[in-house]
Design a protein around this ligand. Structure first.
Ligand code: COA
Length: 325
């Protein structure tokens, strides 16, 4: 098995900023409520012409540049998203064409907010077994298109954006352990019920707002803390490491209180956590992807550091991986 690492990172955030003050004019909420309950101050919103693949493309171009490779060097492209351009073909196919990555196979992964971690773990396998030399992984979402802007329970939480990583063979370090999980008995507490084969799009599904996300926030909150702490512990155990060895935790950015509760359970000091929730809210698969990119760019992750990615999302699904940078 070859050693596999992340050799380049990139991100793209749409220009338009939607602040808590803007939301106060749209629904019955307040900056004070959103800030104290979630840690979110603002989020980005894609322009009308920006589909998920456009955001993904820009993040991918940055990651390829950072890795010092060309689109033609890619053997595979994986896009993690729950807001694809279309039901089919895959968003990864759109990205492949836009990049001109003619030598790359391409597919999407649907693992909600754990999508980027699921995609990293998948990509790592292909390289470790010698199937591909370089794999592009993107987490990209335009959640503003599936957000009910009349529902204060959900609309304050989400945003749009994309993050990307290029994986390749490395001489030392790289992925030390990976851990993925799912409990499909919880599909009811976070989903988008309309438009699929169970509830095909119709006047009825539109009238009952079934094409927007539905969420039981309270229940999710408790599950998220337990699931993320357990996933982190499992990944660390598989790597033969403890929390003291971690330089930087890149958690899924759903709620600052969830993240701090997870860190407390793990006994991880707050200064080891990378946060960008204040600026972007929850961008599902793009949350860990953008946080990783920014942590690298800001020098919070340097050569030799041990990084722990930890995410959970609708399914419920979860994933964690330990990477030596
Ligand atoms: N502004 C003002 N009040 C709001 C509000 C908003 N945007 N959203 C909800 N409220 C109200 C509720 O209606 C409720 O009022 P009530 O007591 O009169 O019924 C009150 O605030 C408390 O609601 P509650 O759900 O108990 O708040 P909370 O502290 O659990 O915070 C979440 C709500 C959604 C922020 C929190 O539960 C959460 O983050 N859950 C996890 C969500 C998540 O992770 N989703 C993505 C998974 S990847």
């Amino acid at each position: 098995m070859k050693k596999v690492g992340i050799i380049g990172v990139g991100e793209y955030l749409p220009k338009k900023v939607l602040t808590n003050a803007d939301l106060e004019k749209m629904v019955d909420t307040s900056d004070e409520w959103i800030t104290t309950r979630t840690g979110i101050k603002e989020r980005r919103i894609a322009a009308k012409h920006e589909a998920t693949s456009e955001l993904a493309l820009k993040a991918a171009e940055e990651a390829l540049k950072d890795a010092g490779i060309k689109p033609l060097d890619l053997g595979l492209i994986i896009v993690a998203t729950i807001t694809p351009d279309m039901q089919f073909p895959s968003t990864a196919a759109f990205v492949q064409a836009k990049l001109g990555a003619k030598n790359a196979a391409a597919f999407d992964i649907s693992a909600a907010c754990a999508g980027f971690v699921y995609a990293l773990v998948t990509a790592q396998q292909f390289i470790a077994r010698g199937c591909y030399k370089n794999v592009l992984v993107v987490g990209a979402e335009v959640l503003s298109t599936v957000t009910d802007w009349e529902d204060r329970n959900t609309c304050v939480l989400f945003g749009d954006g994309a993050g990307a990583a290029v994986l390749g063979e490395v001489k030392s370090g790289g992925f030390l352990s990976t851990y993925l999980g799912c409990d499909g008995t919880y599909t009811e507490i976070l989903n988008l019920p309309g438009g699929g084969s169970r509830n095909p799009a119709s006047h009825k599904t539109l009238e009952s707002r079934m094409h927007y996300m539905k969420m039981c926030g309270n229940e999710l909150f408790k599950l998220a803390v337990k699931i993320m702490a357990d996933a982190a512990e499992k990944a660390l155990e598989k790597a033969g490491l403890s929390c003291d060895d971690i330089t930087c935790l890149i958690p899924h950015q759903a709620n600052i209180r969830i993240i701090l509760a997870v860190a407390k359970r793990l006994g991880l000091p707050e200064d080891k956590i990378y946060l960008n929730i204040e600026k972007y809210g929850n961008i599902s698969s793009a949350s860990t992807a953008t946080a990783l990119c920014e942590a690298v760019r800001e020098g919070r992750i340097r050569k030799g550091d041990i990084v722990l990615l930890d995410a959970f999302g609708a399914g419920l699904v979860w994933g964690a991986c330990v990477i030596k940078w």
